[in-house]
Ligand binder design. Structure first.
Ligand SMILES: Cc1cc2nc3c(=O)[nH]c(=O)nc-3n(C[C@H](O)[C@H](O)[C@H](O)COP(=O)(O)OP(=O)(O)OC[C@H]3O[C@@H](n4cnc5c(N)ncnc54)[C@H](O)[C@@H]3O)c2cc1C
Length: 468
């Protein structure tokens, strides 16, 4: 990687939720819960999981009384901060779903992921949500020999999990260069099942749509405890037949839930508008999403207004499952992300970084997302999407609709429904474990960058320990 001084713009905005709110501004707050309330369904959190669930429930049964209870504003969390990959990447380890429920169940889940991408696009179109959506697919790019070998070796299992030759295409370096020129690329996988979105526009649009449908969206309303048929907030208690926890990366901040899902941090930077010579050099005319095959991988999009946004792990986890609310990124992480950007696209050298921010996503101990509803207590949840929540939240919303309406459907039979997952280790083991694993993954990436033709033994060991 180049040692030149990174061009972090003096006007750089750090945090302030995310760059995605820069165009529209942080939305004005909706009123808080006015006091105690009785509803049919209380949704805790105001991100995609909650809003998709509200949307599909209202569509199916317009007379349902539904309340969304959000601590800040709808879209404050990962739903308003993510990398905008509306992808069909599986929300967990398919081999685990397949082991527990049979290979056909994992294939069924993958097929639902494919169609969920189109379902989000369909609803956005039907409801007039303009979220800069463009479906040009997803590129997984190998930038060294070990990454190339991993791509090749993964292909048979992907085929077995339902990725046909139309769902996943191998590209050699020249075919990749026709779409985008990535320095040192040795080849890629391209899948058509992915669209670029502007995350905040999607979540804001969804919140407006459900509100118009008659869902009560209460903002500035922190839920302090969830009990059977009750969500206790700072402004009063909401009694409900069903209380759905939709907090993903914030779950650990709720009493009694500290070890359920690990709040994993992810950070992003966005460049200034790409000048013509950089655009010509990179040649990225479509809206393909792009990621590398490093263990501490990055995710990249070309924004609708002609910048590059790139994200990665940075500081993956804070002691005690602490969550930084303001979403600031540490200087060292900004520099790291900029170095990855320069490595992939050397012509971005010297470009200013206009904004950096961070957010949290939820990771279960077995790295597999879950949807659950308990009839007796009325408590339900969905999450732990391990960084693939943009599409999966839509599938979760439709699945929760069927569970709440007590309909047994293809969705309620999917292998991620009603799974029991053990919690994370107590501190300091949790912090030590996650921090060391990410040190190991970075060391493995460095090792592989030296020309090693296979996956580093450090990464193999880290995968076994992490269960990833
Ligand atoms: C930087 C980043 C990049 C990502 N990139 C991608 C990507 O490109 N593609 C992809 O598929 N996934 C991505 N993800 C993951 C994806 O964004 C999430 O999985 C998804 O948005 C989760 O949605 P959610 O509604 O479950 O949770 P969230 O959107 O996090 O919503 C939870 C809400 O709960 C609120 N809340 C917190 N505590 C309380 C409380 N006590 N009471 C009431 N409300 C509370 C929060 O304010 C928040 O609005 C990314 C995540 C991050 C952080």
């Amino acid at each position: 990687m180049s040692e030149t001084t990174p061009a972090i713009s003096p006007a750089l905005v750090n945090g302030d939720v995310s760059f995605w709110y820069r165009e529209s501004g942080i939305p004005a707050r909706r009123p808080a819960l006015p006091g105690d309330l009785d509803v049919d369904v209380a949704l805790v959190g105001g991100g995609y999981t909650s809003l998709w669930t509200a949307y599909y429930l209202k569509k199916a049964q317009p007379d349902l009384r539904i309340a969304v209870l959000e601590k800040e504003f709808a879209g404050f969390g990962a739903s308003g901060r993510n990398g905008g990959w509306l992808s069909a990447e599986p929300p967990g380890q398919m081999r685990r779903y397949a082991k527990a429920h049979g290979p056909a169940s994992a294939v069924a889940l993958q097929r639902e992921m494919f169609s969920s991408v189109d379902e989000v696009i369909r609803v956005a179109g039907e409801e007039g949500i303009d979220a800069d959506i463009q479906k040009d697919g997803l590129l997984h790019v190998a930038t060294n020999a070990a990454q190339q070998r991993r791509l090749r070796e993964r292909l048979p299992s992907l085929r077995a999990e339902g990725w046909s030759e139309n769902d996943l295409v191998e590209l050699d370096r020249d075919q990749l260069a026709e779409r985008v020129r990535v320095a040192g690329a040795r080849g890629a996988h391209w899948s058509p099942h992915c669209a670029r979105i502007q995350p905040a526009k999607l979540v804001r649009g969804l919140a407006d749509v459900v509100e118009r449908m008659g869902v009560a969206v209460y903002e500035g309303t922190e839920v302090t405890e969830i009990r059977p048929h009750q969500a206790v907030t700072v402004h009063g208690t909401v009694r409900a037949t069903y209380v759905i926890r939709a907090l993903e990366g914030f779950t650990a901040s709720l009493r009694g839930h500290r070890r359920v899902w690990l709040p994993m941090n992810s950070s992003m930077i966005v460049t200034e508008h790409l000048p013509t010579h950089v655009r010509e050099e990179i040649g990225w005319r479509g809206a393909e999403l792009l990621g590398d095959e490093a263990h501490s991988y990055c995710y990249v999009q070309r924004t609708a207004d002609g910048r590059i946004a790139i994200g990665g792990r940075g500081i993956p986890y804070m002691f005690g499952s602490h969550v930084d609310q303001r979403g600031e990124t540490r200087a060292a992480t900004q520099v790291q992300l900029q170095a990855v950007l320069r490595q992939l696209f050397p012509s971005t050298e010297g470009l200013a970084i206009d904004h950096t921010w961070s957010g949290v996503l939820g990771v279960p101990r077995d790295w597999c997302a879950t949807v659950h509803l308990d009839e007796k207590t009325g408590l339900g949840w969905a999450g732990g999407y391990v960084g693939h929540g943009v599409t999966t939240t839509n599938l979760a919303g439709r699945t929760l609709r069927d569970l709440v309406l007590r309909q047994e459907t293809d969705l309620t039979r999917l292998p991620w429904v009603d799974r029991t997952v053990r919690g994370w280790e107590p501190e300091p083991l949790r912090w030590l474990g996650v921090r060391s694993l990410y040190v190991a993954y970075r060391a493995a990436d460095r090792h592989e960058n030296t020309g090693l033709g296979r996956t580093s033994v450090i990464a193999r060991l880290a995968d076994v320990i992490s269960g990833r």
